[in-house]
Write a protein that binds this ligand. Sequence first.
Ligand SMILES: Nc1ncnc2c1ncn2[C@@H]1O[C@H](COP(=O)(O)OP(=O)(O)OP(=O)(O)O)[C@@H](O)[C@H]1O
Ligand SMILES: [Mg+2]
Length: 453
Amino acid sequence: MSVVLIVDDAPVLAEQYAYDLKRLGGHETLAAGDGREALDLLAREAVDCVLLDLEMPGMDGFEVLRQLEQRGIKVPVIVYTGTGNYDRCAQAIRLGAVSFIDKAEPMERVTQEIANAVERQRLVREVAALRRDLDTDAPLVGSSPAMQKLADAIGRVAPIPSPLLIVGESGSGKEIVAREVHRLSGVRGPLVAINSAALPHELVESELFGHERGAFTGAVTLRKGAFEAAAHGTLFLDEIGELPAPAQAKLLRVLEQRQVTRVGGTRTIAVDARVVAATNRDLGAEVAAGRFREDLLYRLNVHVLAVPPLRDRLSDVPELVRHLLAATCARFGMRPRTLASSAVECLMTYDWRRNNVRELRNILERMLIASDADDMGIADVPPEIRDESAAHRVGTGATPQTFHELKAEAERQIVIAALGRHDWHITRTAEALGLADHASLLKIMRRHGISRE
Ligand SMILES: Nc1ncnc2c1ncn2[C@@H]1O[C@H](COP(=O)(O)OP(=O)(O)OP(=O)(O)O)[C@@H](O)[C@H]1O
Ligand SMILES: [Mg+2]
């Protein structure tokens, strides 16, 4: 079902159209008696298509088209005219109308034109969303209060060349944050990533600092290390908590002296790579347990970015779902698929404790494989998630947050879930939430940076 706005100065005609569109196309209709009223309605209602009369007293159809363009309102407009003047229709098309029909044409033609226009608009939106999601430079997804705070902090520390420590639970997005820091740092060189946990202990030092030819058995050629490879760029040391003790000592020296010596060598080489380290461990506790050097921790934690766990920003779930679904479908070469609002809401009440965004991504991937539905519903959500989500209806995080932040996040969650339930229909959502009018809802949405895209 689509919402069609009929703009006509003759109420009898508008009523007849409304009646026929409901009967033939199952469309819901809104009516405006002149151009100004039409623009007011378009500013606050989620209209899918406009049927616009060209000849109206006051603001005519042409002016409405100009205003839509000027205000950036993207809605397909079909113009209709009783005069049968082809030139005027052509002029309307030049102003952005998608097609025109004559008032004398049968209603079936009109509903067909509306269906075409709505479908075309849907495709345009989908392509735009896919483009955005495929763009590898796309910033971090999520505009919850917690993520806005993180984005602010990233913007502040990115240009500073000192070491940076990123902390956060497994799968919360530390690597994405590191890439964002690199992107915003303005450095010329590359981002080189080293995962200390994935390397055998005896190779860590040679990977980081390089080795001279013949430094050890198997070192047949000289090898430049990650510090040199990241010259003028960023060196991302992932899982820093796993670094073996000898490598910790050497790393500390490199950070202090800003120069490396390759394994088996004596020559010092200046390094200028900015070091960004990440860990999901509590490094303070690791220091207390004697597994991490305290002096190294103090070198690294001058600037700390804490990535909030997903359960503290559940209002990001709908946005993440859209992003992850689009990215996964593209990666699998599948047609684009969506998640019904009931299923999204279920994921918004799940207690994300194990693997945060990675767990969400994996669940969506499983759903895409297991279901054939274009719009996957609650029945497609894996049962263990469904059950746990039902048992856990309140999303309170373990991380201490201020009263203001908790309140803002709760408000955002409520509004996003309600909008999802009402197909982003502003008036209906405002009513369901018991707000005074649509303007109050729009105000809240603006405050939280909530938009459909
Ligand atoms: N804010 C986000 N926007 C988009 N995708 C995200 C976001 N956060 C995480 N992801 C996705 O979730 C997955 C896990 O993120 P990432 O690898 O950055 O987590 P991590 O904190 O480094 O995890 P680990 O501790 O296991 O190394 C990745 O596929 C990443 O693309
Ligand atoms: Mg990681």
